[in-house]
Every structure is written in C-alpha cells, then in structure tokens.
Ligand binder design. Sequence first.
Ligand code: URA
Length: 441
Amino acid sequence: MFDALAFLSAKRDPRAHTASDIEQFVQALTRGEIPDYQTSAWLMAVRINGLTSDETAALTLAMRDSGALVRASERLNGPTVDKHSTGGVGDKTTLIVIPLLVACGFKLLKMSGRGLGITGGTIDKLESIPGVRTALNARDAIAQASRVGAAIVAASKDLAPADGILYALRNATATVDSIPLIAASIMSKKLAAGAQFILLDVKVGSGAFMGSLEAGRQLATRMIEIGQQVGVSTSAVISDMDVPLGRFVGNSLEVREAVATLLHPDAADPRLLQLCIYLVAHCLVAAGMANSHEEARQRATQTLSSGAAAEALAKIIHSQGGPANLDGVLASLPQADVTHPVTVDTCGRVSKIDAYTVGEISLHMGAGRVTKQSPVDHSAGIEFVRGLGSIVQAGDVVAYLYYSSDHKEDCPTWTARLRSAITIEPVDSNWQTPPVILDTL
Ligand code: URA
C-alpha cells in the first residue's frame, strides 16, 4: 500500500524521493487512489522545494509509463517528429506547424494540453471547432496519423493519464510554473508518443511560465537531458513571450488566425510566421531532410505557399470529427455575443503589449479555466487590429474584446486593463520589432 503521508513529508522537509517511491506514487495516482488534496499538497511542495534531475527523470518515466507506449516511430511509415510549446499567450503555432510538417513529409502523433494558467492550450483551441474529438485512443491516433499524416490528441486514460490528472490540478493550485513539473509533463507525453525527434519551443517572458532567458535555458536543458537519457534526439528553440504571439488570443479566434496563416501566409503576422517557419526548418535539418537551415527555411516557406499545409490541417480536423474543409471550419466557429472596441488616448508607436496582462484578461473573459471544473467559453478573447510596431493616433481602435453578454459589467475593467498593457512611445525611426527567436539549444 502506497504511504502517501510519508511521500508528502519527504518533499515537505525536503528530502529526495527514490525512483521507486515516485513510480509507486504515479501508479497509485493513475489508479485514482490518491485524493486531490494530497496530490495538490505534493505539487505545492515540489513547486517550493523542487525536484533533482534524477527525481525529474524518474517522474517523467513513471508518467510516460502510466498509459500506453505508442512507439510512433516504429508504427508510422516516414520520419516522425514531435514539437511542443511550454505555453504562451496567443500561441497557436501547433495548428500551423503540425500541418506544415505533414506537408513536408513528416508523420506525427502529437499529444497536446489544455490551457494552463494564463496560457492557452491546443486541445481547447481544437475543441472550439464543433464536432472535433481530441480523446483518441492510441490505436485510433496511429491509424489517423498513418492516413492523414497527423493526429492531435489529449492526455487520456490511454495516453499519459498521470499527466492529465496532474495537469488539471496544477492549473487550479498555482503550481504550474515549476521547471521539474513542466519538464515531466511535456517529456512524459512526448516519450509516450515515441517520435524520432522532439523539438521543444520554450517560451520566455511575461506571458510564459519562465520569465527570463536564463530560466528558459534551464527548463530546455532539463528536458533535453531527459530526452538524451532515453536516446531520443531532443532540441529546443527559445522564443519570446513578452508580447502575445500573433493578432488573436482566445480559442476559436486563434483557430481563425491559424487557418488564415495557412491560407494566406503573405498576410500573416510576421513574428508568428517567422517562428513557425523556423521550427519547421529546424525539424527538416534535424531529420536530415535538408542540408542547411536556409535550404530548410526555403522549403518550408514554399510548402506553406503551395497550400499543402492548409489541406493537411483540413484533413486532420475532418478525421477528428470536424467539418470537411477549412471554409466549413471557419463557418462553424462560435462567435461571441459582444464585440467591444478598445481605443487608445495618445499618439505614437505601439512599442509593447504585455503578454501577461493580455493572458489574464482573456482567462477572466472565459477563454481559460480558473478552477478544474470551470467551463471554457471558446468564443471569448482579444483581437489586436493595431499590433506591435503600429503607429496610432489618439482615438484609434487598437483591439476588440470578444465576450459573452453575461460579463457585460466586467467590460470597463477589462478595457482599462488592456489599455494599461499597451505601451505607446513617441515615434522613433530606430525602433525595431523585438526578435521572436532568442536561442536554439
Ligand atoms: N505544456 C505541457 O504539456 N505541460 C506543462 O506543464 C506546460 C506546458
């Protein structure tokens, strides 16, 4: 019988767990034998006292083994890759990068998460499309990936179930921003899926769980070490999350932006596009499908312009129960009851948009979960019509808030908060858009 109190006391004091203690904990957790209050107490102890590299690796492997091992690289015909973001505001890269990788010849079984804290999650975004199922079992996910190139699925009873349980509790107990918990959550899913290459998009900045480049490098290094330990080629791109990524934040709004990016890349947000192309180019080089980053970048750009990635996304969505084509997807997305314009009262250049504040507003508008049971309003979110670098006049509309009429009384607060998140500086001809790619490990 697993001794939960002894396990909790060890991390409270703090003493290191053995790999066997961690395995027993994860097995008991997965069998549903540990009440949420004990798991939450352990999560908080880990958030405060940390886990060693050995403990983190043991947790990752135990979480990986809590469900089926899919072994995608053995079961899918073609190069297999997996990419995962540590989470950000407006981060819809998965919905662009996965179909683009498919169009470049990769096969993917991608396990994604729901929104965590102020950050959005791919599963919530996909579920904003009526009919789409994300709870695929391993067999169906592999069958779909063989047929259409990729499946995008949630942690479930079948796939890394321990992550599903911990993930939901972390979100409701302020224990998300912990390097070992993030590393184990992400790497357990990636290793359970079993691709040949793992590419991590580690976000840093106010809208990410890692506030500084240094912390981002530590998280990336911890995950790369775990990958190396089990012989899976793993690398990381560190990217900026001080500013929301792209023009839209919120589930269905981000699906719209991802679809628009695939259909009309020339009109896409430049930082979003640059990051997506960089991530795909990195995978092409890692898989030996291009000789240099520049060659890979050109190939990714041409493939995107050909429309093949848009077709790949349509097939993935349709296979998972959604509409048959992207026009159908766009027509089916839920629309908010209220659209409220936000104006600025000074003229100058939009030099910063604080990602944390934007994520927090959108969470409270209903785009994320405040408790484990909170319903998600898939239509809620924010659109920036005058984004980073735009020159604005007093009175210009810079953004729209989309929300449910149930929240009418909160609109003045959200409007004021959003204005406070936007920095407008005198126009200076030397101003440059801050880089989106900060490092590659
Ligand atoms: N994405 C995950 O899957 N887990 C985390 O903990 C953070 C981001």
